[in-house]
Design a protein. Structure first.
Length: 501
């Protein structure tokens, strides 16, 4: 059994108390896979960025549905939907934007097919894209730093809901109580992430059902007050309309674009699992709840002021139901954050920190808790982080485009054992540890996006287009085209790109 540290050759003793447990059903006869059954016992997942042996790879792609659904029935989706109406869109314009923006979940699904092909997480598979050393930089920024910031922001949102619950319970909300609430929510999140894949599969279906029931009640309350024919007093037209629509699509797409690590949650599936099914169950599992909950937020914005969604929705919900709603907001945030910190822990290992996955997850949690405590209790730091994260599409869009292009160029054929070789003699060392087509394509994509953005600043391309922000399509298109062109000219793709374990 291989270690959870980045060294694939260090063996774990046979009596290791945290040996992995099959997260899904046992293999059926003749190598088939039976339907998912209950997990007899859930223990701490032993695997980190090492390969998952074929003997431990079981289950069916449909299990991915609840993983992604639970993470997307959440407060953030309500906020995004409400924001679209506040930006000046009519209700039905907002719904169209929501649908288009959430179509990017198809890319999340596409990236997920590389997990079973390689038997490895995204953080390792992208060594094929950037090289061993180049991928460490990629994981440090797109994998770890951005994930920890998202964790801190979501933790702050959950804590705000929990603070209201504490006040309703009659407990004085002083600094010590606030800190305790933040730590408790983080501890629950980290528990799921530390136990890992098996516990995620076991918990997320009931979480999905519970959150769906709560939001169904919210939907009934909102529908009774909503204006289905809502439009702004001064409808947007021309350039203003296009600028708002593209900004709304970018805002909505930031959710799926933040999951460049979807192979982390599919890598336990057999290598024979249907690629179409993996794409479908991942994309649909995220798309449906995201569209429904975002649309619910847009509907709510036609009836109440969604600049403060929690207070506004609380005013139209039955009094007895408001605590349930607040608990659901906390639970939904825990679900999404558990996936985020799980991947962040793998990213920290892939950067080169030689610790077990459980330790890397706890390190991520400690950093995120510190950021959240500082943000909520000391300063307005969270506002600054929030502003910075609005620009993450400049990086994450091109990063996802390059990864997806690599999958298509290689026809999803990855040599898992070769990907674990970090030595200069390994096939993915490339030139001095860097695959320059990948590095140059990402740089070109980020540059194109940065020139086209209109968020915290207005890039020259956006300025020339009267403020229309085309950072998302520009960055992704340039990154994909440059990577495909450079890799097709490289002998690398022909010699090692299609090798199979």
């Amino acid at each position: 059994m291989v270690s959870t540290t980045p060294d694939p050759h260090e063996a774990v003793p046979p009596d290791d108390p945290v040996s992995p447990v099959s997260p899904v059903s046992p293999a059926g006869p003749a190598g088939g896979v039976t339907s998912a059954g209950p997990v007899d016992s859930v223990r701490v997942e032993a695997h980190g960025i090492d390969l998952i042996p074929d003997s431990e790879r079981r289950g069916r792609p449909r299990e991915l549905f609840s993983v992604w659904a639970a993470a997307n029935v959440n407060y953030l989706s309500l906020v995004v939907g409400g924001a679209l109406v506040l930006m000046g869109l009519s209700l039905w314009q907002a719904v169209v934007v929501i649908i288009v923006g959430n179509l990017f979940w198809l890319l999340t699904g596409l990236l997920a097919i590389s997990g079973p092909a390689a038997g490895a997480p995204s953080e390792v598979i992208t060594r094929a894209v950037y090289g061993v050393r180049g991928n460490r930089v990629n994981n440090a920024v797109t994998g770890w730093l951005i994930s920890v910031c998202y964790f801190a922001l979501n933790l702050a949102a959950a804590a705000t809901s929990a603070f209201t619950l504490v006040e309703k319970a009659g407990i004085p909300l002083n600094t010590g109580v606030k800190a305790a609430v933040i730590v408790v929510i983080a501890a629950l999140t980290l528990t799921i992430s530390v136990y890992g894949h098996a516990l995620i599969l076991r918990l997320y279906l009931p979480i999905t059902l519970a959150l769906t029931a709560v939001f169904a009640v919210v939907a009934v309350a909102v529908a009774g007050r909503a204006d289905f024919g809502h439009g702004p007093a001064a409808p947007l037209t021309g350039t203003d309309l296009w600028a708002t629509v593209l900004a709304g699509i970018t805002l909505t797409a930031s959710g799926p674009l933040s999951y460049t690590t979807s192979a982390d949650f599919s890598r336990y599936l057999p290598r024979t699992a249907s690629a179409k099914a993996i794409v479908g169950w991942t994309a649909v599992g995220a798309f449906l709840p995201s569209v429904v909950v975002c649309s619910l937020g847009a509907l709510a914005a036609t009836a109440v002021d969604m600049t403060d969604p929690q207070t506004a929705l609380g005013a139209i919900l039955p009094a007895w139901f408001e605590p349930v709603f607040l608990l659901a907001l906390v639970l939904g945030t825990i679900a999404i954050n558990a996936l985020t910190v799980y991947s962040a822990g793998l990213a920290l290992q892939a950067v080169g920190l030689r610790v077990r996955r459980t330790i890397s997850v706890l390190v991520d949690g400690a950093v995120a808790v510190a950021l959240t405590l500082y943000a909520l209790l000391v300063s307005d730091f969270l506002d600054t982080v929030s502003d910075v994260l609005q620009l993450t599409v400049v990086l994450l869009g091109p990063a996802m485009a390059v990864y997806a292009t690599d999958i298509l160029l290689r026809r999803n054929r990855y040599d898992g054992p070769a990907l674990t070789d970090e030595t200069p003699a390994g096939p993915f060392w490339y030139t001095a540890g860097v695959n320059w087509p990948g590095a140059l394509a990402l740089t070109a994509g980020v540059t194109a996006a940065a020139l086209s953005v209109n968020t915290l600043y207005t890039g020259p391309v956006a300025a020339a287009l009267d403020g229309i922000d085309i950072a998302l399509p520009a960055g992704m298109a340039v990154a994909a085209v440059v990577y495909a062109a450079l890799m097709r000219r490289s002998a690398t793709l022909r010699t090692i790109g299609s090798s199979v374990a």
